[in-house]
Design a binder for this molecule. Structure first.
Ligand SMILES: [Zn+2]
Length: 172
């Protein structure tokens, strides 16, 4: 054991917290090393001084009487109530958990329903728009409104996209 290790263990040695082997090492080092022996001696003196200056203090008798009175005044828990609370604790906790889960699930379903409804609405609008366009294109008087130079030519398809024409979608 060197001086550093010895110094680290001096307080524990004085407090008798070292095992037999460690204590023997500290003891033999201090017998051989004057510096560590001095350190041990001064630590021991300091500890003895502190010991001599301390006294055990009792709690303030008045405060202690108040605490004792409160302890004896405190009622033991009602055994029947405790039985009930234990008995109902788990079902109540499950009920709360299911309630929270159910509420969350309902919120989720409503969210899903809103999304589905918006899809349906969008689809319906687009479908109705397509029907209106088709009507416009198939009505003889309406189709006459735009010129088709390739009418009757089976090899050329007129790529007319009325969905882009806002006027054809209005009011029909
Ligand atoms: Zn030493």
């Amino acid at each position: 054991m060197d001086c550093k290790q010895c110094d680290d263990n001096l307080t524990a040695y004085l407090d008798a917290e070292l095992n037999a082997v460690e204590a023997a090492e500290v003891r033999s080092h201090c017998q051989a090393c004057a510096s560590c022996a001095d350190e041990l001696q001064s630590l021991r003196k300091a500890a003895e001084y502190i010991e001599s200056q301390t006294r055990e203090i009792d709690p303030n008798p008045h405060a202690w009487r108040i605490v004792q009175a409160r302890i004896s005044a405190a009622q033991a828990p009602n055994p029947q109530f405790r039985f009930l609370s234990l008995r109902w604790y788990l079902p109540a906790a499950m009920l709360v958990a299911f309630g929270i889960f159910g509420f969350g699930y309902m919120q989720y379903r409503q969210y899903e329903e809103r999304i589905l409804n918006s899809y349906i609405e969008k689809y319906t609008q687009e479908r109705d728009a397509r029907i209106r366009v088709k009507t416009v294109l198939t009505k003889p008087d309406s189709s006459a409104r735009f010129e088709n130079a390739y009418e009757g030519n089976p090899f050329i398809e007129v790529n007319f996209t009325p969905a882009d024409n806002p006027f054809l979608l209005e009011g029909r």
